[in-house]
Design a protein around this ligand. Structure first.
Ligand code: ADP
Ligand code: MG
Length: 870
């Protein structure tokens, strides 16, 4: 080590503190990366890897670099590759430094803590999520969007709930305690953290006193109870880890993170990860795209803030009548007033992302353009308020009150910053004339100086008679007079020669230098002064952070409400009646997304009735492609939309409040996560049976499809019975199946009803009518669908023969479907002695016969049965 250069020693010392980040080491106008960082970064950034002999022992040091003023896109690229970037600056003036310039890491940018650059998607939050769990069942979970300042916290009581919440939040980066690695929790969380940047936080951070201090420090002395964190243990640790990480990476206070919102699972309609995915709430199943999802359909918002907010509304549907009704009232009022709707949308169109502007201002990374954007956005607010004031809805009135146009801030920015400032902050041209007297004076000097140069040039041309004489400027010599060789004879005696070029000579004069000092001195001073004035204005804006945050939040909500009204208007939705009862009645419901696709076929509306007394479980049969899945999803989506406060695609709907929606849909592939489809299907089913309540809505689509038919039918049957028979888990259930055998469930279970999706058989073909009607499908129509799909005729014919054979004897002699019999007593207990047992069974059955009362027909049937048993 003694052989390395002092600079390399400094590098290695700093790097040791940031082992998991790519260190951007500032050297003059460049950020340099060395060693492993250089190898990694050159690959990701596609820049040249060189090497320099930095070690005096002769070993080459890999190296690559980027110009500091265009670092942004490179940082973005590294972040998108899941890397962290530590920015190390020179923190003293190289001119006055003795020896090596002092350098420090001033900021670490991580995927979960991005505040600018193109790796932020405008309509998505960028969350850093933190969890903690000790040995008990309490899990603390907290998440922060540093770019907007949103900070939330909850405690959950199971791993299932944590996994669901992670899926709901969709973080970019997750903080986990280091001890999770040793106690196996990493393994349990593997599914939820796949694809996320995982950062391990040292165990000592999870200390009660330390976390309390962090909290009090960040929120200016606020106590845990005033922040809603009272009594939380794991929750406090989760928050503490976020604050600790924030301190480590931001090196300063994130003042726009002004509050933390504690919440509980009971405040929202819950959806587990599979349900979110299956219902395609915010992304499509196949491609993970927003377009084609419920969010893609519902989002008619104008601003980025509104776009993020409506996504949150989908992710956190309400469960209180009051909250839902307030939103509905607002949507209804806006629905009835197309003029105001259009006016607000037009005004919002000129509003930039106030939340993120606010974040950047507070973190001192905002430029002058950001401040102008802030001003232009705030300037829209008075007009928006003027429209809102006409509405009497509670919610709209409250939002109007929360909108603050901040006239003093508008005035400050308007007065201080030019209308179209440059991107760079240190080259001047930012501060408006008339804002600062000293600046105006310096500018006058600079202008006057420039005029002087022009005048001097004209004067010298005249004096020397050299018409090609020029006064020029470069960084090395400052101002100089350039004369071409052919004119050297006419040079006056007072010119001082500075430089000889191939075909010209360069001179200065004392007069020229005197002015130069004045002008250049003024320009230097202007640049410095402008930057410090700009910082003052930015700090003043940061001082309004609280009000801006509140205003931004209200604007986002207005945007969402207008968007919901627009959606309802365009698609003819109705206002659902939401109540605390248990019934679910939908008249002429439609699937919002499929209806909007409008691919040739008109969407056929359908009714739904579910309750806890008569119609708890609806078994829906019908051939493949009949529309079973569509129907069930539409019910789930309508229920969800109603809980958001949205209108719904139906002509009438009454929605008793639902606590959770569960789906187990299709045999969707989960191979990417390394689990077999059937295993996943059963895990999801298990989750439903564990957690469903009588207030839940359960959608079971083709459950049991992932295994053999007999297994599948058996499992499906038992699941349905369980949901029917266990009062605690007796959820309202829609159960689609192409196993028409399941229609027989209704024979033995009172609250199970059969429906089917009507098809018309015509010339051995089927026509889909898309209408749901009472009763079970008489058969599965698989063969007809196969015909539709073009299977050879002889295969179809043979399949029909086999089917007939299979379908014989579906009912047992008691008239109960065979499948429904309780066979516990007669099931062979040991597979090894199977043969023995069959004989036992035959003997038992024979002994049970009362020959005296047997009719001849019964005797024949019995003989048949015995033969089958043998
Ligand atoms: P299943 O689950 O019974 O196999 P799907 O629900 O997948 O059937 O529906 C098959 C196709 O039928 C869907 O792609 C959809 O476009 C169309 N469809 C379903 N329901 C309707 C309806 N009510 N009106 C019009 N088209 C429908
Ligand atoms: Mg289906």
């Amino acid at each position: 080590m003694s052989q390395i250069t002092p600079m390399m020693r400094q590098y290695l010392e700093i790097k040791a503190d940031y082992p998991d980040a790519v260190l951007f080491f500032r050297l003059g106008d460049f950020y340099e990366m060395f060693l492993d960082d250089a190898v990694k970064a050159s690959r990701i950034l596609d820049i040249t890897l060189t090497s320099r002999n930095k070690n005096s022992d002769g070993a080459d040091v890999p190296l690559c670099g980027i110009p500091y003023h265009s670092a942004g896109p490179y940082i973005t690229k590294l972040i998108e590759a899941g890397e962290k970037v530590a920015i190390c600056e020179q923190v003293e003036d190289p001119k006055s430094a003795k020896g090596i310039v002092r350098r420090e890491v001033v900021k670490v940018i991580t995927p979960g803590l991005v505040v600018d650059g193109s790796s932020l998607s405008p309509k998505d939050n960028n969350y850093l999520l933190s969890i903690h769990n000790d040995d008990g069942n309490r899990w603390g979970l907290s998440y922060l969007d540093l770019s907007t300042g949103e900070f939330r916290l909850t405690e959950l009581d199971s791993l299932d709930a944590v996994v669901a919440e992670i899926a709901c939040v969709g973080p970019r980066e997750i903080l986990l305690p280091s001890f999770f690695r040793d106690n196996g929790k990493m393994k349990e969380l593997a599914r939820a953290t796949a694809g996320l940047v995982v950062t391990h936080v040292e165990d000592w951070v999870y200390d009660h006193e330390y976390c309390r201090r962090l909290l009090a420090g960040h929120f200016a002395g606020a106590s845990p109870s005033s922040l809603g964190c009272d009594g939380l243990v794991s929750g406090l640790y989760a928050v503490g880890a976020v604050l600790h990480y924030l301190q480590e990476t931001q090196k300063g206070k994130a003042a726009h993170v002004t509050s933390i919102k504690a919440y509980t699972n009971a405040e929202h309609l819950l959806l587990d990860e599979a349900t979110r995915r299956n219902l395609e709430l915010t992304a499509t199943l196949a491609e993970g795209k927003r377009k084609g999802s419920l969010l893609g359909l519902m989002d008619r918002t104008t601003t980025a803030m509104g776009g993020r907010k409506i996504k949150q509304w989908i992710n956190y549907p309400l469960v209180t009548n009051r909250g839902i009704t307030d939103r509905q009232d607002a949507v209804e009022a806006l629905l009835q007033d197309a003029g105001s709707r259009a006016e607000i949308a037009a005004l919002l169109n000129g509003v930039y992302d106030l939340e993120r502007l606010n974040g950047r201002i507070s973190l001192a990374s905002a430029g002058a353009k950001d401040l102008v954007a802030m001003k232009d956005s705030l300037a829209r607010i008075p007009a928006i308020k003027e429209v809102l004031v006409a509405f009497s809805s509670n919610l709209l009135a409250g939002l109007n009150e929360g909108l603050n146009p901040l006239p003093e801030l508008i005035e400050l920015i308007e007065r201080g910053i030019v209308e179209n400032p440059p991107f760079v902050l240190r080259e001047g041209g930012i501060i408006a004339d008339g804002y600062n007297a000293e600046l105006d004076e310096l500018r006058a000097i600079s202008r006057e100086g420039k005029g002087f140069i022009a005048r001097l040039e004209a004067q010298e041309k005249k004096r020397t008679g050299i018409s090609s004489l020029k006064i020029r400027y470069n960084k090395v010599f400052g101002y100089y007079i350039e004369v071409t060789r052919t004119n050297l004879d006419s040079i006056p005696a007072d010119y001082i020669r500075k430089q000889t070029l191939a075909n010209a000579e360069r001179y200065i004069t004392p007069e020229l230098k005197e002015y130069e000092d004045k002008v250049l001195g003024a320009e230097d001073r202007i640049r410095d002064l402008e930057f410090s004035l700009f910082q003052e204005i930015r700090e003043a804006a940061a001082g309004h952070g609280n009000l801006i945050a509140r205003t931004a939040d209200c604007l986002a909500t207005v945007d969402v409400l207008v968007s919901l009204a627009e959606l309802a208007h365009e698609n003819n939705y109705c206002r659902p009646k939401v109540d605390d009862g248990t019934n679910l009645a939908i008249v002429d419901g439609r699937h919002p997304v499929i209806e909007a696709l409008n691919q040739g076929e008109r969407f056929v509306p359908n009714d739904t009735l579910l309750d806890n007394d008569e119609n708890q479980i609806i078994v829906i049969t019908g051939p493949n492609m009949a529309g079973k899945s569509t129907f069930m999803r539409q019910v789930a989506l309508i229920v969800l939309m109603a809980h958001m406060g949205s209108f719904v695609p139906a002509t009438e709907a009454r929605i008793g409040m639902v606590d959770r929606i569960f789906t187990r849909v299709g045999a969707s592939d989960n191979l990417a996560r390394g689990q077999s489809t059937f295993m996943v299907e059963m895990m999801e089913a298990a989750n439903i049976l564990r957690n469903a309540t009588p207030k839940s809505l359960v959608i079971l689509d083709e459950i049991g499809r992932g295994t053999s038919t007999f297994d599948g039918v058996s499992i499906a049957w038992a699941v349905a019975e369980y949901l029917h028979d266990n009062g605690e888990h007796a959820a309202k259930t829609l159960f689609a199946t192409h196993y028409h055998e399941l229609t027989e469930l209704s024979v033995t279970r009172r609250r199970i009803k059969n429906f089917n999706i009507a098809v018309k058989e015509w010339n051995e073909q089927i026509i889909f009518l898309r209408k749901i009607v009472p009763g079970g499908a008489s058969h599965s129509y698989g063969i007809q669908v196969a015909r539709l799909a073009g299977l050879p005729l002889e295969v179809i014919e043979r399949a029909k023969e086999i089917l007939v054979n299979l379908e014989k004897g579906e009912y047992a002699e008691e008239g109960i479907p065979r499948i429904a019999r309780e066979k516990k007593a007669t099931v062979p207990t040991s597979q090894l002695s199977l043969f023995q047992n069959t004989e036992d069974l035959l003997r038992k059955r024979l002994l049970s016969i009362d020959v005296a009362t047997l009719t001849p027909l019964e005797a024949l049937n019995l003989l048949d049965e015995l033969k089958r048993m043998a």
